[in-house]
Design a protein around this ligand. Structure first.
Ligand code: PEP
Ligand code: MG
Length: 423
């Protein structure tokens, strides 16, 4: 399933899906969450073992697929559903309150947005704004390129829906597994299938300029900031900023209404950007750490082909150290830093992130309630002491084990994913 297929799945005919390949970091998994389709990905070979029409239990929260369940398993599954609803219900007041830790420390929780259809639901989820709007999804579900005006209407709607809260538009992040079939056949775009993200946009500015124009125009209607994806270093960040500013000057010259200023930041999702984050911090208004790409790029993996044997990789010591370094540089240069990869919504990661100094997390809105619950019961001191011990662990597996052990020992009663284990 490519992201473009997933977007077009007939939602009224679908209860959920499971795939042999992929991982939690796949765009397919991210989209399933946005579309509220229960999904389990990266199971490994299983399709040959089941027949069409067979009964199965699919649990997207714990990531399990039970084929041909026994009556006992069905009953257990049903009581878990009830337990989860009770848990959500019991803590529902927290959902709309700000995320404040036990010692009063305020944490900002933002939502990741893929499709404007999700707007109303997100607005009700009590988040502090949009920390990552993946604008390329608006391109993936269509046969042609959107016009500047169409983009402007979409972006204006999003900016207005959250006003006065901030919305961070991540500019076009196409390529790799988010390939646009329509670009492949386009003349004059030679080699485009080998380029991605900001490199693709900088090489083919004509593709990108309509979006930049739409963003400057929409920025009048709310608290809008933009960030560029997969920035390798200062050269690309400067080039992106320069193009964005030229676009603004053109709009002004043409007499088109648009914002005068826009905060411009970048995603730290390549190891090179981590290493030069001190230099980038001098020129950027903010950072956002994208661990979904940082993990595979750091560890020599292909994002679309991480499977069920690679569950510990997000907990690799290099990732924790990368976050620590970027947070230190951001703080030294006094710019805000958000974590917006999937780890931001992982309840097992939240204490280490707080311990490293992260105070802004952007996640799938479905994760916000659970993260808020953990934050409510923890203190900064506890998180700092915990991450200190985690930083001494030498392997991803050891960190994975320790993060799970600690949370299950202290916070099991707050976790939806742990319902099965705690019973
Ligand atoms: C990331 O890479 O961590 C990220 C947030 O962006 P995406 O998942 O869209 O690549
Ligand atoms: Mg990314």
């Amino acid at each position: 399933l490519m992201p473009s297929d997933t977007i077009m799945l007939p939602r009224d005919k679908l209860l959920g899906f499971a795939t042999e390949g992929g991982s939690r970091l796949s765009h397919v998994a991210i989209l399933a969450s946005a579309l509220r389709i229960p999904a389990v990905v990266g199971i490994g070979a299983f399709v040959d073992d089941i027949e069409s029409g067979e009964f199965a239990l699919l649990d997207g929260t714990s990531g399990t697929l039970t084929v041909r369940p026994t009556q006992l398993q069905i009953d257990g599954f049903q009581s878990q559903v009830v337990r989860r609803e009770e848990l959500e219900e019991r803590f529902s007041v927290i959902t709309t309150e700000p995320a404040v830790m036990k010692d009063g420390e305020r944490v900002h929780l933002f939502a990741n947005l893929e499709l404007p259809d999700e707007l109303e639901r997100i607005a009700e989820s009590g988040v502090d704004g949009i920390g990552l709007y993946r604008t390329e999804y608006g391109y993936l579900s269509r046969e042609d390129l959107p016009s500047e005006d169409e983009l402007y209407q979409d972006y204006k709607r999003v900016a207005r829906a959250f006003k006065p809260l901030p919305v961070t538009f991540r500019t076009l992040d196409l390529g790799a597994d988010k390939a646009l079939p329509l670009l492949r056949n386009h003349e004059n775009l030679e080699g485009i299938e080998h380029l991605r993200s900001i490199r693709l946009c900088l090489r083919y500015p004509d593709l990108w300029i309509p979006q930049l124009r739409a963003l400057w125009r929409a920025a009048r209607h709310g608290d809008v900031q933009i960030m560029f994806p997969a920035i390798p270093g200062v050269t690309e960040f400067r080039a992106a900023k320069e193009l964005a500013l030229t676009v603004r000057d053109d709009l002004k010259r043409e007499g088109v209404a648009c914002a005068d200023e826009l905060r411009m930041g970048l995603m730290i999702e390549l190891p090179s950007a981590v290493i030069v984050s001190d230099l980038l911090a001098l020129e950027a208004d903010f950072f956002s750490i994208g661990t979904n790409d940082l993990i595979p790029y750091s560890l020599g993996l292909e994002r679309a082909y991480m499977d069920a044997t690679m569950v510990s990789e997000p907990y690799h010591p290099s990732i924790i150290r990368s976050v620590r370094h970027v947070v230190q540089e951001a703080s030294r240069h006094e710019i805000p830093v958000t974590v917006c990869g999937e780890i931001a919504g992982d309840p097992f990661y939240v204490l280490p992130l707080i311990g490293l100094g992260v105070r802004r997390l952007s996640m799938s809105p479905a994760s916000a309630a659970q993260i808020k619950r953990v934050l409510r019961y923890a203190t900064v001191g506890e998180a700092e002491a915990f991450v200190g011990s985690v930083l001494r662990l030498p392997t991803a597996q050891a960190v994975d084990y320790e993060l799970h052990r600690y949370l299950l020992e202290h916070y099991a009663h707050l976790l939806v994913a742990n319902v099965a284990a705690s019973e």
